[in-house]
Design a protein around this ligand. Structure first.
Ligand code: ASP
Length: 485
């Protein structure tokens, strides 16, 4: 039988709690020491093929009291003990467990051993407890070799009947013994009579030569704010512009939608353009993805530079932002946020900016520009693309007159005469000129995007049907590609 060495890190939570005063009925639950917990756990008392190490927080706490400094503490323990163990189990309260598992997912790079976070809804001392079951399964998954299980080289939550990727997890019930879910990604495994692991879904092992690394910089510069109908723009503006905050996770409606009124959009604009804040859009819906540009009610956000959190949970979005701010600066922040890092989102999003064309004083008749996308972009994984022409002004056209705007992708010889049935024609939009500049958003489905995008440079050409002169503030192409795991 193979031997496994597992390190148990005890941070607190219901799993290790007992009534403060057992002789007083209704006495509140308080965290106990690891020794107290071990009395109840058959597996921790010793098991063939398993060797344990134990580290406990000096003061085990309710997880509601944990903060990023405690994630740093956990990550530092993992860094120090990494080579001495085959797997790790973190005993943790359920309330903020998904934040911890998300944070650790980002903080631990090139992980090739299981880091299993677990806890329980009922204290281990309770005769109906779920703690023994959760702990036993967590230890088996961390000490996989001794139990003939596949290795999960990821941070996971093991709880009740589920094995969930740490950065996909969220607490869904305060009472159900199955308190966690993975709303936007399948479970990595199920626990019943047998432990079954979906090896096809696991993050691949790091390539040889990529050593385990830990980043400990998790700045407290991120907050979350949710939209509600009738929320006053001045209130949202105060939230977005708090002085020590660098980034805000904005929980919007549905597929990333928000009010379209000027006051609301002005508050977003001030935060991004004047105060340099990063705003990350995630949905309030439990399931699904932000798709800015799909509705007019999200085009304004896209236009102002709000970045997309795609299908990330709140926990993943918050901790990914902290981790990114701790590791990147400037334009690298949105770039890193919109690509999958640890399996936290289903797609990668690459935003290409093609710059301006002409000015109002010296407009142009055609616009042609190349941009080289991020090297991680792969055409065969493409799911869609969104092209956006921002603040287009056309000369020589009267109010109320129609004009057609055309755009071609990767067709260097395209002219205003080119057949618009060519798959490389990505925009053929008739607009009625009102005298004010206009912005145009066009979504290309996977086939359309694939047939017009190459692996390397992306070329965009824009004309009007009548070769009118125009100017554009910016042309943007958002490319969505399925993430690798
Ligand atoms: N309040 C507890 C905690 O998060 C809840 C639990 O562990 O279930 O520490």
């Amino acid at each position: 039988m193979n031997k496994s060495k597992v390190l148990i890190i005890y941070t607190g939570g219901t799993i290790g709690m007992a009534p403060e005063n057992s002789s007083v009925p209704g006495s509140p639950l308080v965290p106990k020491k690891l020794e107290d917990l071990k009395k109840y756990s058959p597996i921790l008392k010793g098991s063939d093929g398993l060797e344990f190490g134990e580290i406990s927080f000096d003061e085990p706490v309710d997880s509601s009291c944990l903060a990023p400094k405690d994630w740093v503490k956990m990550a530092s323990i993992l860094e120090r003990e990494y080579s001495a163990y085959d797997g790790f189990v973190i005993l943790h309260g359920t309330d903020t467990m998904a934040f911890t598992s998300s944070a650790l997912s980002f903080m631990l790079e090139n992980l090739d051993k299981p880091v299993v976070v677990t806890g329980s809804q009922l204290p281990i001392s309770d005769s109906r407890t779920d703690a023994v079951w959760n702990l036993e399964n967590a230890v088996r998954i961390a000490g996989y070799e001794a139990f003939g299980l596949p290795r999960i080289p990821e941070v996971v939550i093991v709880f009740a009947d589920k094995i969930i990727r740490g950065c996909r997890a969220t607490k869904v019930s305060t009472t159900s013994l199955s308190g966690f879910d993975s709303p936007n990604f399948p479970q990595l495994g199920t626990i019943g009579e047998h432990i079954q692991i979906r090896t096809d879904l696991l993050k691949p092992l790091p390539s040889t030569g990529s050593n385990f690394r830990v980043s400990l910089d998790m700045p407290l510069a991120v907050i979350e704010t949710s939209l509600t109908p009738g929320l006053r723009p001045e209130h949202i503006s105060q939230m977005l512009n708090l002085s020590q905050i660098e980034a805000v996770v904005l929980r919007t409606f549905g597929a990333g939608n928000a009010p379209t009124d000027d006051a609301f959009l002005a508050s977003i604009e001030t935060a991004i353009r004047d105060n340099n804040k990063t705003i990350l859009n995630i949905t309030q819906c439990v399931q699904g993805m932000v798709e800015m540009g799909l509705y007019e009610a999200s085009s304004g956000l896209l236009e102002l530079g709000v970045i997309s959190g795609l299908d990330m949970t709140l926990e993943a979005a918050m901790t990914k932002l902290m981790w990114t701010l701790g590791n990147r600066i400037g334009e690298q922040v949105p770039l890193q946020i919109q690509v999958n890092q640890r399996g936290e989102q289903s797609e990668n999003l690459f935003d290409l900016r093609f710059g301006a064309a002409g000015t109002y004083e010296s407009p142009v008749k055609s616009f042609t520009q190349y941009v080289t996308p991020d090297r991680r972009f792969a055409v065969d994984r493409l799911t869609k693309a969104v092209i956006r022409l921002s603040n287009l002004t056309i000369k020589g056209v009267k109010k109320g007159e129609s004009v057609t705007i055309r755009a071609f992708m990767n067709m260097p010889r395209a002219t205003s005469e080119t057949d618009t049935r060519d798959p490389r024609c990505i925009l053929d939009r008739e607009v009625t000129w009102t005298g004010d500049s206009i912005s145009i958003v066009q979504i290309l489905d996977d086939n359309r995007a694939r047939s017009s995008l190459g692996e390397s440079d992306v070329l965009i050409s824009i004309f009007t049907d009548r070769e009118l002169e125009f100017s554009i503030e910016g042309v943007f192409l958002a490319i969505f590609a399925r993430a690798q795991y």
